[in-house]
Design a protein around this ligand. Structure first.
Ligand code: SF4
Length: 373
């Protein structure tokens, strides 16, 4: 992670907590500034057919790696450790990446599954994936000090769920069963939300009034598969309403667009990311669907298998939204040692979105800073 690109305590002074005016403005700006710009791409991948076994090269997808929500959540834990001292408790993995969790654990973060594992009165950070109101209540009962690192783009979906539940809609939440984000969003309106886990789940959906149904989604899904699910839903419920804005976030979409661009040229596509990272797993699927001859997900270069390179000329490389760039750099070095030192970055969008630190943390940092002056 490049600290220079990250929201600092100073930048975090503005009113940017989820749901406030500036946060929403940032989201809107982001939508305009980071939408894929395929026309402007240096067309490195458009050589079309894979090279036939002579020149070895790497096509490096961009954007890749850390998104704004992950960057914010990881920095929140780092700043909390600096400010409050270890241990700082974190409910669930702060982001779905083994390396990040291991690194923060070494620095004093203690990862727990539930708030009842946190000593009364201690500080607990909620992960980027978000939590349901029941988790907030449980933390309050235990008098925990909470720092909510839920990504503002997840919070946006929570707010949509609350709003449509208030208007008595049936909400069809497209997402993966058991994923923490889905549990958090569904927990906002459990009486109104029904999970739809892919097109094959559509037939089992039942609603009270087919005229009053809306779909929302998890932020890290495959765009194409989600639209297939929505089409099936719309066949059953023709007046199905769309979300007010895209729920699949900019980072998920941008990483998929970049993979679609390089996949047709790849004999092998390597996605760096952890097994429980939804957006990383989706990148493997998207790569295979769009022409990569083979694709594997690895947590780090140590999981690479030499045999994957047999007969391979072009290796595509990308990483999920929770993956620090150092893991990609290490993989590129590993590939270079095997003759794949020619690396060409293929960029399909630029990203400049930053989120301010969680409100509770900003307030404490500011108070300490003021006391010193
Ligand atoms: S993947 Fe998207 S929703 Fe998830 S933390 Fe990153 S920006 Fe937020």
């Amino acid at each position: 992670m490049d600290g220079g690109d990250s929201p600092t305590g100073d930048e975090a002074d503005g009113p940017t907590a989820p749901g406030d005016a500036r946060a929403e403005e940032q989201i809107a700006e982001h939508g305009a500034s980071s939408s894929p710009d395929v026309a402007g791409v240096a067309d490195a991948a458009a050589g079309g057919a894979r090279s036939g076994g002579s020149g070895k090269r790497v096509l490096l997808a961009a954007p890749r790696g850390y998104c704004a929500g992950v960057d914010r959540a990881v920095i929140a834990v780092e700043k909390a450790l600096e400010h409050y001292g270890a241990p700082v408790y974190v409910r669930k993995e702060i982001v779905h990446n083994k390396h990040v969790v291991a690194t923060l654990s070494e620095r004093g973060a203690v990862f727990v599954d539930e708030t009842d594992q946190v000593p009364e009165g201690a500080t607990v950070i909620f992960s980027a994936h978000g939590v349901s109101p029941a988790v907030h209540e449980s933390a309050a009962q235990r008098q925990l000090k909470t720092i909510d690192a839920t990504c503002p783009l997840v919070t946006k979906v929570h707010k949509e769920a609350v709003r449509f539940a208030k208007d008595d809609y049936d909400i069809l939440l497209v997402g993966h069963e058991g994923h923490e984000e889905v549990e958090g969003t569904a927990g906002e309106a459990p009486q109104h939300v029904q999970l739809v886990d892919g097109p094959e789940s559509v037939d089992a959906v039942t609603v009270r009034d087919p005229e009053k149904v809306i779909w929302l989604s998890q932020t890290t899904l495959s765009v194409d598969e989600t639209m297939q699910t929505v089409e099936r839903l719309r066949e059953r419920f023709p007046t199905l309403q769309d979300p007010p804005s895209d729920d699949i976030c900019y980072a998920t979409q941008n990483r998929q667009v970049a993979v679609k661009k390089i996949a047709p040229s790849c004999d092998l596509l390597v996605v760096v990311g952890s097994a429980n990272s939804s957006n990383s797993v989706r990148l493997v699927e998207v790569g295979l669907q769009h022409g990569a001859a083979a694709s594997y997900r690895v947590d780090h270069k140590g999981e690479m298998d030499e045999s994957w390179l047999d007969g391979v000329s072009t290796v595509g490389v990308t990483s999920g939204a929770s993956v620090p760039e150092i893991l990609v750099t290490d993989l590129l070095a590993w590939l270079a040692e095997r003759g794949y030192g020619d690396v060409e970055e293929v960029r399909t969008a630029s990203e400049d979105l930053l989120f301010s630190l969680p409100r509770e943390l900003r307030a404490d940092l500011k108070a300490t800073s003021a006391a010193k002056h």
